[in-house]
Design a protein around this ligand. Structure first.
Ligand code: APR
Length: 189
């Protein structure tokens, strides 16, 4: 069950995640946590070399899990590093692992008293996760978490291009519509 109040906390933002002055930005990292390309590279470049130094102390991160560091030169307060699944055709628990990335990242934010969180489209770049499927998981998981954990005030889905923006808009619209249908059915019951 997803509540409307939770859906209202989700915001779509097209732009560069490193520029967001939210409590926590989420990094689509790899298991080494020692940087890479894509959003990982952008975050490490913008945060500065102290970020890498702190990442060395974390000794990596498992797929589907999340770890937290300071944000250094970034406007955000903290960076939550999560490791998405590499797409292998959909029969290697990719959906569960991706769901876990979103759930564990929000749980870690809450544990650290962080109320506004920005996510990139985890696994949809170098890791090859089909964008539509990944977006549906991202929206559903975040909406469920926000329904059960009102502590978090706002979640930004940060998209880096117009195509991704369209896919997220459609996924969020479908979620709102299905929620309204559920509410109507409950009222009629
Ligand atoms: N701000 C927001 N989104 C971004 C940015 C940015 N600055 N740069 C890239 N993106 C988007 C991409 O367009 C894509 O939609 O982030 C999404 C995730 O793509 P990747 O960064 O390639 O992440 P992922 O698919 O999870 O692959 C992770 O790539 O960079 C390496 O070290 C990383 O090995 C890890 C792997």
């Amino acid at each position: 069950m997803i509540e409307q109040s939770a859906l209202k906390k989700i915001v779509l933002y097209r732009g560069d995640i490193v520029k967001l002055g939210v409590d926590a930005i989420v990094n689509a990292a790899n298991t080494s946590l020692l940087g890479g390309g894509g959003v990982d590279g952008a975050i490490h470049r913008a945060a500065g070399k102290e970020l890498l130094a702190e990442c060395y102390t974390l000794h990596g991160c498992a797929v589907g899990q999340a770890k937290i560091t300071d944000a250094y030169a970034l406007p955000a307060l903290k960076i939550i590093h999560t490791v998405g699944p590499i797409w292998q055709g959909g029969h290697a628990q990719e959906a569960d692992l991706l769901r876990s990335c979103y759930w564990q990242s929000l749980s870690l934010a809450e544990q650290h008293g962080l109320r506004t969180v920005a996510f990139p489209a985890i696994s949809t770049g170098a890791y090859g996760y089909p964008l539509k499927q990944a977006t549906a998981i991202a929206c559903q998981t975040v909406a469920e978490y926000l329904t059960r954990h009102p502590f978090i005030n706002k979640v930004y889905f940060v998209v880096f291009n117009i195509n991704a923006e369209k896919v997220y808009q459609e996924a969020l619209a479908r979620l709102i519509e299905s929620e309204q249908i559920q509410e109507e059915e409950t009222e009629q019951a």
